[in-house]
Design a protein around this ligand. Structure first.
Ligand SMILES: Nc1ncnc2c1ncn2[C@@H]1O[C@H](COP(=O)(O)OP(=O)(O)OP(=O)(O)O)[C@@H](O)[C@H]1O
Ligand SMILES: [Mg+2]
Length: 312
């Protein structure tokens, strides 16, 4: 079976600005692929090219087996898009909005109504289906957006920063909805600035910076590129920081958090040793944990510069 999305060397310029600079991307069918990058990395440009809303200058771009340039109609018939900004009618109810989208996509009145009810149920919106959208919470709106993008049962769904601007509860609601979706076999390409979001939802992640992919793989593979596990020690008394750091080679010290963090080769052995050494040095720890590196640390490592724009 062919891959759902294949991008090879895509380039796109806006005037002087090289927004895509040789972007490569392969997304297997029925998987969730995260495109992770800071503001201006080229995420929306990528989605717009894939969704046939924007023509790229160079390279090859195929979606659902069709070239977006030569077979745009075939591509459009098979995709759904959730843009960075929603297109809901505030005065209409959730159900009416979905029915309207159905009619716009040439479903008959009966079929559009049935599809609306089906999607409201699937996204836990049945109770709110009759309320006007202007009374919806941010999370509910986003879920309704998602439902609307699924009206035509697309093979490939593009979600451009689906949770930006939502509070943690709204974000959790949208994550749950995306998981529901994937169970149905839909391929999802999701852009995000949130490392945690890519970690939570995506099977594979492409880290994008300045219009090109600087790393890709599963979240675990990306974390593995930075090295193995790390040990974090939070000391109770900041005056013990230096002594604690001396116990673990290669330690970073964060004074504000009273934290010593260091790479370790063998997690269990390191943990046992550190607990014992802290005790014999008379250093009291508030917390000790062995963990995988965060995607934040991965990004820093890959780009070699602080990435202010990427939030956790
Ligand atoms: N219509 C346009 N005209 C000129 N430059 C543009 C246009 N659209 C985007 N750009 C520039 O191209 C680059 C990539 O933009 P893009 O919107 O794809 O980034 P993004 O990763 O989606 O960022 P964000 O996280 O802010 O949504 C940016 O430097 C942006 O300023
Ligand atoms: Mg964008």
């Amino acid at each position: 079976m062919t891959d759902a999305i294949v991008v090879e060397g895509a380039r796109k310029r806006y005037g002087e600005k090289q927004a895509l600079d040789g972007l490569d991307l392969v997304v297997g069918r029925g998987t969730v692929h995260g495109v992770l990058g800071p503001n201006g990395a080229g995420k929306t440009t990528t989605v717009r090219v894939l969704a046939t809303l924007l023509r790229h200058d160079e390279g090859s771009v195929r979606v659902a087996g069709f070239d977006v340039r030569t077979h745009a109609d075939e591509v459009r018939r098979r995709i759904g898009l959730l843009g960075q900004h929603a297109a809901l009618d505030e005065g209409l109810s959730g159900r009416q909005n979905l029915e309207m989208f159905g009619r716009l996509h040439h479903l008959g009145a009966r079929r559009a109504g049935a599809r609306a009810d089906e999607l409201l149920e699937r996204f836990g919106l049945t109770d709110t289906g009759r309320k006007a959208v202007k009374q919806f919470s941010g999370g509910m709106r986003r879920r309704l957006d998602l439902a609307a993008s699924l009206i035509t049962d697309p093979e490939v769904l593009f979600l451009d920063e689906p949770t930006t601007g939502l509070d943690p509860r709204g974000r959790a609601e949208v994550w749950a909805s995306v998981r529901t979706l994937v169970g149905g076999g839909t391929t999802v390409l999701l852009t995000t600035q949130y490392l945690e979001e890519a970690d939570q939802l995506a099977d594979r992640i492409s880290v994008v910076d300045r219009g090109r992919v600087i790393a890709d793989g599963t979240a675990d593979e990306l974390k593995g590129k930075v090295g193995g596990d790390r040990i974090d020690i939070v000391v109770r008394d900041a005056r013990h920081l230096a002594a604690a750091a001396a116990l673990v080679p290669g330690a970073d010290v964060d004074e504000d958090r009273r934290l010593v963090s260091a790479p370790v080769a063998d997690r269990m052995a390191a943990l046992t040793r550190v607990v014992r050494d802290l005790e014999s040095a008379g250093i009291e720890a508030e917390d000790i944990a062995v963990r995988r590196p965060t995607l934040d640390e991965v990004f820093l490592h890959l780009t070699g510069e602080p990435k202010e724009a990427v939030a956790v």
